[in-house]
Design a protein around this ligand. Structure first.
Ligand code: PLP
Length: 377
């Protein structure tokens, strides 16, 4: 069939949306480059995996797969509510926190509504609003690769319907500290929903100055939702579980109307509950990762390569300015079995984002980068 026949069926805002760039799979890299070992450093996955308690909990599931999952994720919501000091009714569970971002856009955005976010930022903070034909304003970073607090306060004061704030930022890793966060809150009118995406909170809470956003949000009257995920610190990216803590149960009830009824499958609920019950495992993995991130950053600086710049990061990745186009470097890394994420947005074609991996993966990345950048100035 002629592709234009299909495109004529689409809502006009859908065809121009970019497809999410999930990068190459390990198998594709093995096949294309003939490498035996692949280091996956493009998706901010947790190289330590999930708690062994997760494997034990999942082992019993095979005999229950004929049953639908709990549509309300009751046990998981109760467990999360208990630890974060909320009511279960304030907790929403998603098929990844991406699912919750989509629910928010479906439930709240009409054509022309304004959404404020950051660029470069998390792609879905723009894509889902644009899917609803909302108007997206994306603020730029400062030249030092930090959030532009003044620009954020001014833009918030103009009252967007939703502000999507990733703290810390992905892909940069920069953060709004506690004082900056208070200024953001003070600048926001009462009718704006603050969406605080804390996908990396388990790492960032170890960074000096990282705000207790929940506590700060609870002290003020504006509506808000804090999004977190089991994909990063908890090591469960493959099962897709994220959660939101909302200011009001009424917001969760709105999201319930637009989500698919069984959006979180039984294995995902079971695994998340088991992981949640083994916080020390997560704490240990996160602490190791934060140490390795500092070491990797120091080693990158020690390479003393002209033009190389590393943005300070509070998360489990580093955003690196190579000082030259990222395409050939990305390709040369792939040829060595190392997958990183090259940035494609205008102004950032010299940057790659690399996730902190195992000690061996980090070593391989560093050696490869030295070889590639050293050999072809
Ligand atoms: C990884 C990430 C998410 C998505 O997490 P899932 O729970 O896996 O959907 C959301 N926001 C940001 C900023 C992320 O980096």
């Amino acid at each position: 069939m002629n592709p234009s026949t299909i495109h004529a069926l689409a809502r006009p805002e859908v065809s121009p949306l970019p497809a999410y760039n999930a990068g190459l799979s390990s198998d594709a890299v093995r096949a294309r480059y003939g490498v035996a070992e692949v280091a996956r450093l493009a998706s901010n996955e947790n190289p330590f995996g999930a708690s062994p308690a997760v494997g034990r909990a999942l082992a019993g599931l095979a005999s229950q797969l004929n049953h639908y999952p709990d549509a309300n994720s009751t046990a998981l919501r109760r467990a999360i509510a208990g630890r974060v000091g909320a009511e279960p009714g304030q907790i929403v569970i998603g098929n990844g926190s991406e699912d919750i971002l989509q629910m928010l856009c479906l439930a709240l955005l009409s054509p022309g509504d304004r959404v404020l976010t950051q660029r470069p930022g998390f792609g879905l903070h723009e894509i889902f609003p644009r899917m609803m034909n909302a108007e997206v304003q994306a603020l730029a970073l400062t030249p030092a690769l930090e959030f532009d607090l003044d620009a954020w306060c001014e833009a918030l004061a103009r009252g967007p319907k939703i502000a999507m704030i990733a703290n810390p930022s992905n892909p940069v890793g920069c953060l709004f500290d506690a004082a900056a966060f208070e200024r953001l809150l003070a600048a926001t009118p009462a009718g704006t929903l603050l969406v605080i995406d804390e996908a990396y909170v388990e790492y960032a809470r170890l960074a000096p100055g990282f705000p207790d956003a929940l506590a700060a949000l609870r002290r003020q009257p504006r509506p808000w939702i804090v999004l977190r995920t089991f994909s990063k610190g908890w090591g469960l990216a493959g099962l897709r579980v994220g959660y939101g803590i909302a200011s009001d149960a009424a917001l969760v009830q709105l999201l319930d109307r637009v989500r698919t009824p069984f959006n979180v499958n039984h294995a995902a609920q079971t695994a998340a509950l088991a992981a949640w019950g083994d916080e020390p495992f997560m704490d240990h993995a996160v602490a190791q990762t934060v140490q390795m991130r500092a070491a990797l950053e120091a080693q990158l600086h020690a390479l003393a390569l002209p033009g190389l710049r590393v943005a300070p990061s509070a998360a489990n990745f580093l955003f690196i300015d190579l000082g030259r186009p990222n395409g050939p470097v990305h390709e040369a890394l792939l040829a060595r079995g190392i997958i990183v994420k090259p940035w494609k947005e205008p102004g950032f074609e010299h940057f790659i984002r690399v996730s902190v991996g195992t000690p061996d993966e980090n070593r391989r990345f560093l050696c490869a980068l030295r070889e590639i950048l050293g050999a072809t100035p």
